[in-house]
Design a protein around this ligand. Sequence first.
Ligand code: NAD
Ligand code: DAU
Length: 352
Amino acid sequence: MTTKKILITGGAGFIGSHVVRRFVNHYPSYEIYNLDKLTYAGNLENLKDIENKSNYHFVKGDITDAEFIQHLFHEHQFDGVIHLAAESHVDRSISNPLEFVLTNVVGTVNLLNAAKSIWHNQYADKIFYHVSTDEVYGQLGDEGKFLETTAYSPNSPYSASKASSDHFVRAYHHTYGMQVKISNCSNNYGSHHFPEKLIPLMINNIMNNKPLPVYGKGENVRDWLFVEDHARAIDDIYHKGSNGETYNIGGNNEWQNIELVKFLCQLMDRKLGRETGESEKLISYVTDRAGHDFRYAIDASKLMNELGWEPSVTFEQGLEKTVDWYLANQEWLKNVTTGNYQQYYQSMYASR
Ligand code: NAD
Ligand code: DAU
């Protein structure tokens, strides 16, 4: 058995918690270190089921603290890094871009520097894997899909910061020879998703009979992937992906926001024993997001052809699993929607 020490950053967040769970359960010979600052989006409740496993370790810390990061890498001599820690919400990036530069750009460079300093240019069996987003490619019109070769054209402060961090990772490969892998994924959905993002926000509001704020005319299109399929793709790319390569990840599952919200309303009417059409009455069109990207769509054929990955569930199956999880975990939702969340909601939606 190969023993490896792997650092996963942002493992207490939505996608990170699924990646940590997968690696801890599938690779008992790996020591998994989860580094997370526990911002509003980080929640150790997300990892309750694995927190006592002997190959799991949690470290609370901030990737913007260069000295701390250097110390951590020298202490543990990690063999690999899977980097997910980030500020991830587009609306928050519009209110506070600098926070996104610090965490997403400076934080990433701190991790690259620390990896470089412990790996001493011996990169053959060391991996720096950077988890990124399809938003770096900008927006699409009605036709076409993002390929790995699509030119970067980020439009929001969030996507500009992620694009910048992608460039730094690629530069450390080109300049220093570091073994890196990058993936750019479309919108995820699933359990443990913080209710500031479209699907969990709508689920929470439907449950509580609150208005469902659809931005603009609801015509924007997103390409949705079940989060466990994203975690499995990260596993495949980490182990089998080629050095220096980028892989697009997506489920070939485009939805107009308004159609998705209506579909979710029907599903929840059924689950909550409401009359069909009852939840849809909560839909409320609100002021659009500034600079709102029109459409994202991912061409994941490189990942499918080269590594044999494909989604494991249909959107209908994945969304039903997701709704069932939220209905069974109302305490989790209650815990994350008290306190600061109320202030956030007020500031984001009261004047829309
Ligand atoms: P999230 O906001 O749910 O979680 C982010 C995690 O990072 C949290 O646990 C938070 O505490 C931690 N974090 C934030 N700042 C930190 C810091 N300075 N130091 C240490 N930890 C810090 O995000 P997510 O939706 O799970 O996204 C994870 C990654 O995947 C991000 O890099 C994001 O850009 C990327 N991504 C997300 C999606 C999506 O649909 N959510 C799609 C594609 C790519
Ligand atoms: O494409 C990948 C990206 O997907 C990730 O990199 C980001 O981290 C993730 O947050 C997500 O970004 P989006 O901006 O696409 O996701 P969000 O859930 O915020 O919004 C999805 C769509 O729904 C978008 O068109 C805006 C719209 N929306 C969102 C919210 C929160 C609404 O209409 N109403 C809302 O209240």
